[in-house]
Design a protein around this ligand. Structure first.
Ligand code: GDP
Length: 336
């Protein structure tokens, strides 16, 4: 999501007051009769300052999409990353400031109009003081929006309609190798909360089928029991878009995790995601010396034995994913 550049309060006030002075100096050189001139100059300054600052705030509000109209995945993403309530509260505060600036503008324009020319500059100063204090009141909100802008700059562009596979498994089991092998091209990398390197998104195109494969290093690679609520929420956000979880075991244990702890992660992930799980035993090329391997292979349903490194067994994964894709498509049609 693109949030426009958010100014600091000082930048906002500087810009408004500077533009106001410029607008007033044009009036200074005009042919307005002497007495009236002071009033015109001061009310121009108030009007311009209010307008410039208000327009800037309005531009920020308008450019941020309505959060509730976004797909659920992005709502969750924003919630986990910066907090939807906080974002709404800050936008509400900017709206409030726009309303107050409107009011100040019309109040002070009217008061200057009625005032003696000698009082005009005093009233303008008073208006500027009030404008400054309104803007200072939203300082925290502007800071928050600037923080949100940076946090949401590199939000992932996931294909929400594509059949989507999310990869899970401990670090170094070969998830990113497998993603590359499956999808060919360099994956697209985007930010995702609690991932160490962001998420990687690749696409597998087979005839008319488009399968999206997502790896989330740092998120679906550690025990679910260790996760706090917000991390769980980040994980569940993925459930909105995932049709299948692909869980990768390192059959060789060279990743540094025993098959026992990998199996317990597998059970944890299965308990969180209520979708089909495709189970892959990777690094079969290195696996000969692992004593209990067969035992674990026999504990999962329909295990696929592969070597991502050598590309062995990868076609079985593709076939399996295509089968699940077709099944899902059929079920979707049945539900019409
Ligand atoms: P990730 O952290 O799960 O994404 O793991 P990586 O894809 O980065 O792989 C970790 C290491 O294992 C890398 O050095 C890979 O080259 C290696 N690797 C991945 N798959 C295989 C495989 O099937 N066989 C062998 N021998 N090495 C592999």
């Amino acid at each position: 999501m693109i949030i426009p550049t958010v100014p600091t309060t000082d930048e906002l006030l500087d810009k408004g007051f500077r533009r106001a002075r410029k607008a007033a100096s044009l009036k200074r050189s005009s042919k307005i009769p002497g007495q009236k001139k002071a009033k015109v100059i001061e009310s121009t300054r108030v009007q311009t300052a209010c307008q410039v600052i208000r327009d800037r705030l309005k531009m920020i509000i308008q450019r941020i999409p309505d959060i509730e109209s976004l797909p659920e995945f992005y709502q969750d993403y924003i919630d986990v990353t910066v907090g939807v309530d906080e974002l709404k509260k800050s936008l509400g505060a900017l709206n409030w400031a726009v309303g107050i600036l409107n009011q100040l503008e019309s109040d002070y324009m009217a008061r200057i109009k009625r005032s003696k020319p000698s009082d005009a500059s005093h009233l303008r100063r008073e208006a500027f003081g009030r404008i400054s204090s309104v803007i200072k009141r939203i300082e925290g909100d502007l800071d928050f929006l600037d923080f949100a802008k940076n946090k949401l700059r590199n939000m992932p562009t996931v294909d929400l309609d594509a059949f989507t596979v999310v990869i899970a498994g401990f670090p170094n089991v070969g998830k990113s190798t497998l993603l590359r092998t499956l999808t060919g091209a360099e994956p697209e990398v985007a930010d995702y909360p609690f991932t160490t390197k962001g998420i990687q998104i690749g696409h597998l195109e087979r005839k008319w089928k488009r399968i999206q494969v997502i790896d989330t290093p740092g998120l679906l690679d550690r025990p679910v029991e260790d996760m706090n609520n917000i991390e769980l929420q980040a994980m569940v956000a993925l459930e909105n878009i995932a049709d299948v979880i692909m869980f990768i075991f390192d059959a060789s244990e060279t990743c540094g995790y025993t098959l026992e702890s990998q199996y317990s992660l597998y059970l944890g992930i299965r308990s969180v995601f209520d979708i089909p799980v495709v189970t892959v035993f990777n690094k079969m090329d290195l696996a000969e010396n692992v004593k209990y391997l067969e035992e674990y292979i026999n504990m999962v349903e329909d295990p696929l034995k592969v070597s991502a490194f050598e590309g062995r067994g990868v076609s079985k994964i593709i076939k399996k994913l295509e089968g699940l894709y077709e099944k899902e498509t059929r079920e979707a049609h049945d539900n019409v």
